[in-house]
Design a protein around this ligand. Structure first.
Ligand SMILES: CC(C)(COP(=O)(O)OP(=O)(O)OC[C@H]1O[C@@H](n2cnc3c(N)ncnc32)[C@H](O)[C@@H]1OP(=O)(O)O)[C@@H](O)C(=O)NCCC(=O)NCCS
Length: 235
């Protein structure tokens, strides 16, 4: 049983049989399989709750879903951004087709409605880059993202991956709150013409790495860990 934050119980995440209309394709061996021996097909699709299923899909299937979902999730035109990454659109698409892992969330109780997407890729030989998560507003605050993140973390840990890393805008209070509850720590601060200001967050998957980081940089590691383990509402 996974736990969400201060001891809240969450539904077990179970493997399900691929559905007839599964979006999963028979793609060639992924980089995660080549480097870590991680065969995604053994782990997805999975149920997160009774009616929410998450599946890994190919980039070509993900693009239309991205275009459909992102405006609803972000509720603004992304081209308004002062920060842009449109100088190499072709190369970006090829990069994602070669290296991206796309995960689609669907609601089986609503005619398989696509209501979430997550995107990741290998960062290097021992780190996974969690690039984006988008949960439709109708499905936010149900704990779906932490359920998925913990599932991914446990699969990665079992394959010897040492950390999941990702970037978040310091203004994204919702995402920061959830990352904080999941034990992610700020590991650097970046700024660029492409993305603006971002906090780089790391979730250590191996205790020894988290302990080493705490030894080097934290005076409050023991109380932080105790706070994460304390049942909800307990002083
Ligand atoms: C941020 C996001 C990924 C979180 O996913 P989710 O499935 O809704 O996550 P949760 O259900 O765990 O969120 C609920 C928690 O967030 C808290 N929360 C909700 N809105 C909040 C806000 N504006 N500020 C701080 N905390 C907030 C809730 O109180 C709850 O906290 P609790 O677990 O301590 O009770 C999702 O809401 C989303 O897709 N947002 C829009 C896109 C985005 O920002 N993506 C990340 C950029 S890469």
């Amino acid at each position: 049983m996974l736990r969400h934050g201060k001891g809240k119980k969450m539904a077990s995440v179970q493997k399900i049989q691929p559905r007839k209309q599964s979006l999963q394709t028979q793609d060639s061996e992924s980089l995660a399989q080549k480097i870590w021996g991680l065969d995604w097909k053994l782990h997805f699709p999975r149920t997160l709750t009774a009616n929410i299923v998450v599946d890994r899909i190919a980039a070509v299937e993900a693009w239309p879903l991205v275009h459909q979902l992102f405006p609803e999730v972000y509720q603004r035109d992304a081209t308004e951004s002062r920060f842009k990454d449109d100088g190499a659109a072709d190369a970006k698409q090829k990069y994602y087709e070669e290296l991206g892992d796309f995960f689609v969330f669907q609601d089986l109780a609503e005619s398989d409605r696509v209501m979430g997407l997550a995107v990741g890729s290998l960062l290097d030989w021992s780190s996974y880059n969690f690039r984006n998560i988008a949960v439709h507003p109708d499905y936010q605050n149900l704990g779906l993202y932490p359920m998925f993140f913990e599932l991914l973390a446990s699969i990665m840990k079992d394959h010897g991956v040492r950390r999941i890393e990702g970037d978040v805008a310091p203004s994204n209070q919702h995402h920061l709150h959830v990352l904080n509850k999941m034990g992610c720590v700020v590991s650097s601060l970046g700024y660029s013409e492409r993305w603006g200001v971002l906090l780089h967050m790391t979730r250590y998957l191996q205790d020894e790495d988290r302990e080493q980081c705490a030894r080097l940089f934290s005076m409050t590691a023991s109380s932080d860990i105790a706070a994460m383990q304390r049942p909800a509402g307990k002083k």
